[in-house]
Design a protein. Structure first.
Length: 344
């Protein structure tokens, strides 16, 4: 049986907030991943079962390999429909913030969310929650925000009303945030949840293929190129990094999501503890997206905070540098060398 995630008081607060709200907005962080989008879609499905018509607003595009999820056609992109989205946010009487801990993680949407007078509810599994909320459910020990949504729905006795439209995005969010259940997923309760989701008729093998085996030929060639030409291994520090320049991305017809998972690959090298990817933005100059992955107890979130204007989890973090790719390489080398003693 699952342990409750909300206290009885929090459960009552959440229930009455939902019941008393007519204009509900559900949103997630910039560059939505499987967990961000999956948790929003799953939570919205639950809200619909409570007679609500929530609007899901996301800051920008999600990768194509998430397009198959049910009801993605209802999702509103802030970067494409700013006027409509601002109007929905300003009229909202309840805002759910899913899978992020600071409003700045929603990029251009942050101003609109800050101005909104609607009470906010946060469900998130990142460290350091920092949003002014009437209800802040922050559980860094959870595999994913999707797992949190499942548990909340379960506790609110809503799961029996749910169909595969809930189960599929929740499963996808859990799967992607645990690298296909290869990390952060050693709890028997995680597998109890999966067993319940399967009762709703989802096909987990197909979901895996939809997400992980649904790329273009160019993406595979990009990976080959990066590993051959761009990977820098620092064996003494048990660390490695690679750059993806705009030119590389253009050459291999990069589309959003093509770099997904690439940063994990250098960790396949024996003894490797840290892998960092530096990806130039395809449009904005001097904007480098940084991803960090580590094994064991190496705190990539600390490194992301100190060197890359970011944060995240112990073993998976991200950030952003506003500089040239050459400067980003220098910063990365410095970061690795300064963390040398922790890496050894
Ligand atoms: P990714 O490398 O997949 O973009 O991100 C890995 C993890 O770090 C995700 O959990 C993501 O939410 C988190 N993350 C990515 N960028 C940032 C950032 O700028 N700030 C914080 N606090 N977390 C981030």
């Amino acid at each position: 049986m699952l342990k409750n995630i909300l206290s009885p008081g929090e459960c009552d607060t959440l229930s009455s907030l939902i019941d008393s709200s007519d204009n509900i907005v559900v949103c997630c962080h910039v560059n939505p991943d499987g967990d961000a989008l999956g948790s929003c879609l799953g939570w919205a499905e639950f809200l619909r079962s409570r007679g609500k018509e929530p609007q899901i607003i996301i800051p920008d595009q999600y990768p194509d390999f998430l397009q198959w999820m049910p009801k993605t056609e209802m999702v509103i992109r802030y970067d494409k429909h700013k006027v409509e989205a601002d109007e929905l946010i300003s009229c909202a009487d309840l805002v759910f913030c899913l899978d992020f801990n600071q409003l700045s993680r929603t990029d251009a949407m942050a101003a609109s969310l800050t101005d909104s007078h609607a009470p906010k509810v946060m469900f998130d599994h990142h460290l350091g929650p920092d949003i002014d909320c009437v209800l802040c459910v922050s559980r860094p020990e959870m595999s994913s925000t999707s797992e949190m949504v499942f548990r909340i729905v379960w506790q609110m006795d809503g799961f029996k009303m749910m169909t595969s439209r809930f189960a599929a995005p929740i499963y996808c969010g859990m799967m992607t945030d645990t690298g296909g259940f290869t990390y952060n997923s050693n709890s028997s309760e995680t597998f109890f949840i999966i067993s319940q989701l399967l009762t709703k008729g989802i096909n987990k093998d197909k979901i895996y293929r939809n997400v992980y085996n649904n790329y273009s030929e160019s993406r595979l060639r990009l990976i080959g190129y990066v590993l051959y030409k761009r990977l820098v291994v620092m064996p003494e520090q048990h660390a490695s990094f690679f750059v993806l320049t705009r030119q590389d991305l253009c050459r291999f017809n990069f589309v959003k999501g093509d770099a997904e998972g690439l940063v994990n690959m250098p960790l396949q090298i024996k003894g490797m503890k840290l892998s960092i990817s530096l990806r130039e933005d395809t449009e904005k100059n001097n904007t480098i997206w940084v991803s960090l992955r580590s094994v064991d107890s190496f705190p990539c979130n600390k490194m992301a905070e100190m060197y890359f204007n970011g944060g995240g989890h112990l073993n998976a973090s991200g950030g952003r540098l506003l500089c040239s790719i050459d400067e980003a390489v220098e910063i990365t080398r410095d970061a690795i060398l300064n963390f040398e003693s922790t890496l050894k």
